[in-house]
Write a protein that binds this ligand. Structure first.
Ligand code: SAH
Length: 235
């Protein structure tokens, strides 16, 4: 399905070593993704070569942003077809991963993929701004999220889930600095502190930015607000 050497090399280029078992798991996951994409539009990225760079290696870049130690509790907000969550779990199966999305159909795919690959994660169907007011609040060492919303709205989705001392890592494209410029109030209001943004270039030559926001204090109970307010009156 995928070119295993391409994946191995591109992972090495960001400092990560994948063993044969992991490479085989990525290969099986790619086959499921490409096959399911034929039936319904799961992701816009369709060729095996693109899947390697833009889904797999792109997801793995989170490990270069922070020391995500074994057993960490991680929540992936708006995981879609499983990104970055499933590649993270293939790389480190000891993570206690929760994957959340508001689209049930995509989560059906995620559940199938996890069971085919023999890895385990909690899969939750719902909206971040609602679930962030419940049991999962302030519970995670890390929140991660890719391609879900602009950074200020994303902070309101993600920071409530992170415990004080934990970290939210947003996987962003080349426009991260523009988004950061208008997210200062959101970060501060929600109990966050910007640690920095790490730029990384992948094999497709496009720039990614990993925006690291530490949870420095508990999120005030007023947040997250209902989604209409998040969009009408972004912090
Ligand atoms: N993270 C994946 C998917 C990105 S598409 C990737 O990078 O490939 C954005 C996803 O976020 C969609 O699957 C959508 O259903 C989900 N989403 C958007 N807003 C959400 C919200 N408020 N709560 C939960 N999921 C949300």
């Amino acid at each position: 399905m995928i070119d295993i050497n391409q994946l191995k090399k591109e992972a090495q280029a960001i400092g990560l070593c994948l063993d044969d078992t992991q490479l085989e798991m990525f290969n099986r996951f790619a086959a499921m993704l490409v096959e399911t994409n034929r039936q319904f539009n799961l992701t816009a990225i369709k060729t095996p070569q693109e899947v390697v760079t833009k889904h797999f290696v792109d997801s793995l870049t989170v490990f270069t942003a922070a020391d995500i130690s074994g057993g960490s509790k991680v929540i992936d907000i708006g995981t879609g077809a499983g990104f970055p969550g499933i590649p993270m779990l293939i790389y480190d199966s000891s993570l206690e991963l929760t994957m959340l999305d508001s689209t049930g159909k995509k989560l059906d795919f995620v559940r199938n993929a996890l069971s085919e690959l023999g890895i385990d994660a909690q899969v939750i169907h719902g909206r971040a701004e609602e679930l962030g007011r419940g049991d999962l609040r302030e519970r995670f060492d890390f929140a991660v999220s890719r391609a879900v919303a602009s950074l200020n709205a994303l902070c309101e989705y993600c920071l409530p889930f992170v415990r004080t001392g934990g970290m939210f890592i947003a996987l962003k494209g080349s426009k991260a600095d523009d988004e950061l410029a208008v997210s200062g109030t959101a970060i501060k209001t929600l109990g966050g502190k910007l640690v920095g943004s790490k730029q990384i270039a992948l094999a497709d030559k496009q720039t990614r930015n990993l925006v690291k926001i530490e949870k420095s204090s508990v999120t005030p109970p007023k947040y997250p607000r209902p989604s209409a307010q998040i969009f009408k009156k972004p912090l």
